[in-house]
Design a protein around this ligand. Structure first.
Ligand code: PLP
Length: 438
C-alpha cells in the first residue's frame, strides 16, 4: 500500500472540496444507462494501483455519474444530508471495522448503540423505558416489527393506509401476512373508521399508521388507532421514518401523539436527522417479542456474560455495522439546538415555497404541508406536469420528484439538506415558472 497518511490527507481534501462545490455539479446525474460502466476497465488490475488512481476515477467517471443527494438543490423524494460529523464518523467506523454480533465482539459499539438510541428517544420526546436498536433502513425495521407482531398474533392481516410506504407491503409479503391498504380521508390520512371496520371483519396482526407519509407527509390518527389496537390486541407499529425527526422541536411533537402507546416506532436519522445513509432507529416496548422472532445462538456464538445485550437477537442480521458512532457524532456536534435550528429552517423554506405557489395564478398546492415537503401542480394535464418536471430536472440545477394523488400527477419539493438556503428554493421556483411559461 502507498502512504496512508498522504492518501488520507488527499481523500479528506477531496471530501472537503466536494462538499464546498457540490452545488455547482448537476444535481441529477446527466449520464445514459451503461455509460459509467463503459468508462471503467472491465477487469480488475493485476497489480495494485496507487490510491490516487481511485480519486482520479472518482472525478473522471463516478462524480459525473452520481445523482448528488448532498446537493443543496436536491429537492426530490425526502431530501437528506450526510453532514460533516456523520461523514467523519463513517471514516472512523470503517477504521474500527467492528462487527457487533454479540456484546463481546463489540462492547463499546453495543453500549453506544443503546445509549445513542436513548439520547435520540429523549430528543424526540418518546417515553422512557423503550428498547432501541439500529437497523440499516426503515424497510428492515418494519420487517422486524411485523415479525415480532406475528409472534404474538400469528396469521392475521397487516392494516395500513393506501398512502403507506411500499416497505410495509414488502414486509407483510415476506412474512406471509395478508396486506390491506385502507382508504384515506381528504387530507391523505388513514381513516380510523376503516381500521375499526377491519377489526370487525377478521383477525389483525398489526396496524401500521404513518407519521409523515411518503407522498404528502400526512399524519395518520395514531391515538385513535392505538385505542383500536389496545382493544383488539393487535401490534401498533408507527412508521415515522421521515417526520419523526421533526419532534426534536417541541412545536412538532403533536405528530408523535399516540406513539407512547405504540409497540414499535421507526425513525430514520438518515432521512431528516443529518446522518449519512444508512441509519434507522427502531424502538419497542416489547423487546421480548423481538427476541422470540430473532434470537438464536449457535455454539460458536455462545457467551458467558450475563445481563448484556446481544444485538444479533433483535433483528435479521448477524453481522452489524457500528452505525451508532455516526448518529452519536451528529447529535454531539449539532446538539439539540443545532438540530432544531436545521429542522425549523427546512420547514420555513418549504412553507415559503408553498406560499409562493399559493399566491401564483395557474398553480395549486394539492395537499397540506405540515413539514418540509410541498406537493403542487400547474394547471394543465398530467402530461404537461410530467413534462415540466422533466424540463426542470434536465437543467441539472434542481431535482424534484413527482407522484400521483387522487389520480392526478403532482410535483413535490422536499427540503432536507443542511446546505439548502432560501436562494436555492427561490431558484427552484424561478426555474419552475420559467419552464412552465415555455
Ligand atoms: N417509510 C416512509 C414513510 C418512507 O418515506 C420511506 C422511504 O422513503 C420508508 C419508510 C422506507 O425507508 P428506507 O429507505 O429506510 O427503507
Amino acid at each position: 500500500m502507498s502512504d496512508f497518511r498522504a492518501d488520507g490527507a488527499a481523500a479528506l481534501e477531496w471530501v472537503a472540496r466536494y462538499l464546498e462545490d457540490v452545488g455547482e455539479q448537476p444535481v441529477l446525474a446527466q449520464v445514459e444507462p451503461g455509460e459509467v460502466r463503459a468508462a471503467l476497465p472491465s477487469s480488475p488490475p493485476e497489480r495494485g494501483e496507487p490510491f490516487a488512481a481511485v480519486l482520479r476515477d472518482l472525478d473522471r467517471v463516478l462524480v459525473p455519474g452520481t445523482t448528488h443527494w448532498n446537493h443543496p438543490r436536491f429537492f426530490a423524494y425526502f431530501a437528506t444530508s450526510g453532514s460533516e460529523p456523520g461523514i467523519l464518523a463513517e471514516f472512523l467506523t470503517a477504521a474500527l471495522n467492528v462487527n457487533t454480533m454479540v456484546w463481546h465482539t463489540g462492547p463499546a459499539a453495543t453500549e453506544l448503540e443503546e445509549l445513542v438510541l436513548d439520547w435520540t428517544r429523549q430528543l424526540l420526546g418518546l417515553p422512557d423505558g423503550l428498547h432501541g436498536h439500529i437497523e440499516d433502513t426503515a424497510s428492515t425495521a418494519t420487517i422486524v416489527a411485523l415479525a415480532a407482531a406475528r409472534e404474538l398474533v400469528p396469521g392475521g392481516a397487516v392494516l395500513t393506509s393506501e398512502q403507506a410506504n411500499f416497505s410495509v407491503e414488502k414486509a407483510a409479503r415476506l412474512l406471509d401476512l395478508e396486506y390491506k391498504a385502507l382508504p384515506v380521508d381528504g387530507e391523505f390520512r388513514l381513516r380510523a373508521d376503516a381500521v375499526a371496520a377491519e377489526f370487525e371483519r377478521g383477525r389483525v396482526t398489526a396496524v401500521v399508521p404513518t407519521v409523515g407519509t411518503t407522498a404528502t407527509t400526512s399524519v395518520d390518527p395514531v391515538p385513535a388507532i392505538a385505542d383500536l389496537c389496545a382493544e383488539h390486541g393487535a401490534w401498533l407499529h408507527v412508521d415515522a421514518a421521515y417526520a419523526g425527526s421533526a419532534a426534536v422541536c417541541e412545536e412538532f411533537r403533536w405528530a408523535l401523539a399516540g406513539c407512547e402507546r405504540a409497540d414499535s416506532v421507526v425513525v430514520n436519522p438518515h432521512k431528516w436527522l443529518f446522518t449519512p445513509v444508512d441509519c434507522s432507529c427502531l424502538w419497542t416496548r416489547r423487546p421480548d417479542a423481538l427476541l422470540r422472532a430473532f434470537s438464536a445462538t449457535p455454539d460458536y456464538l455462545r457467551t458467558t456474560e450475563e445481563d448484556v445485550t446481544n444485538l444479533k437477537d433483535y433483528g435479521p442480521a448477524l453481522g452489524r455495522r457500528f452505525r451508532a458512532l455516526k448518529l452519536w457524532a451528529v447529535i454531539r456536534c449539532y446538539g439539540r439546538e443545532g438540530l432544531q435550528g436545521l429542522i425549523r429552517e427546512h420547514v420555513r423554506l418549504a412553507q415559503l415555497f408553498a406560499s409562493w405557489i399559493e399566491n401564483e395564478p395557474g398553480w395549486e398546492i394539492v395537499a397540506p404541508y405540515p413539514f418540509s415537503v410541498a406537493c403542487f401542480r400547474r394547471d394543465g394535464s398530467d402530461e404537461e406536469n410530467e413534462a415540466l418536471l422533466e424540463r426542470v430536472n434536465a437543467t441539472g440545477e434542481i431535482y424534484i420528484s413527482g407522484t400521483r394523488l387522487d389520480g392526478r400527477y403532482v410535483l413535490r419539493l422536499a427540503v432536507g439538506n443542511v446546505r439548502t438556503t432560501e436562494d436555492d428554493v427561490a431558484r427552484a421556483w424561478e426555474l419552475l415558472r420559467e419552464s412552465a411559461r415555455r
